[in-house]
Design a protein around this ligand. Sequence first.
Ligand code: 5GP
Ligand code: MN
Length: 316
Amino acid sequence: MRILDEVAGAKTIGISGHIRPDGDCVGSCLGMKLFLEKAMPEAKVDCYLEKPADFFSCIKGFDQIKTEAPAEMKYDAFIVLDSVPQRTGFAEPLYNSARKKINIDHHISNKGGSDADCIIADASSSCEVVYDVIDKDLLDKDIALAIYVGIIHDTGVMQYSNTKPKTLRTVADLLEFDFPFSRIIDETFYEKTFVQNQLLGEALLGSSLHHDGRIAVSIVTKELLERYHATSMDLEGVVNQLRLTKGVDVAIFLYELEPGVYKASLRSTEAVDVAKVVVEFGGGGHVRAAGATLPGDPEASVQLLIREILKQMDGK
Ligand code: 5GP
Ligand code: MN
């Protein structure tokens, strides 16, 4: 795909990504917005996202993110990034009403169905796909920084198995633009507030091992979050730490989004395809990182997830 061919002639372009936006979502949406504004100065380009974490303010255009959808707006083109259109929350009606619907993503669980799909399951991140669909002669420091943030977040700073030689070549091109990449990694990825570290401690203290230590489980209730005056955004990184437990092949982390409704985050080693596990529960994601929203008793949900995981582990 060349994005300028897809949006040619559009006077209004809307952009959105998934609910509870992460680094790849924010980076790909703002990177796309910055690129389109530069390539099509006559067009109006709007980005709709739930309010992202403040540390993403290092990305240009952060202050222009719209957190509410206007009632009457029909975009000439609407681009959904890093998500299926059904996971964009308040922005979904804007996608549905747009004249041309475009979907750019890297989730293997995304089966497409827009007017123009570009879903590359091999790509490390949606930001890597954005890099591929934009015209490189317009790349600048601000666009490069936005794309870089998404790649470091979705690859765990070029560490997870989705990091390919091509990912590193893309990163090499981005670093030609002189931005403070080391500080950006610290501020947006590694740095935790005191409360976030305390919650990580709580989640690990409360964790348990199953199936000969191959599955680690932790559940965090809303009551615990409230005790720390925290939100679910303060739990980023917990599931990765659980997965790093020696001997563990799959980490299951459940946290309560609203009373009785839990978000499940799964991480795995090569032993288990967790995207396949969560699809059974209406979720999605990647082979080694996936999630779903699960109503009902969390302990029962864990048992159901473990049952699906064991089908793969035991070859049942
Ligand atoms: P996380 O566990 O960090 O929330 O998500 C891991 C991966 O799975 C991310 O790429 C995320 O977009 C995807 N994912 C998480 N929850 C869901 C969900 O409920 N539905 C879908 N389709 N994907 C999800
Ligand atoms: Mn992503």
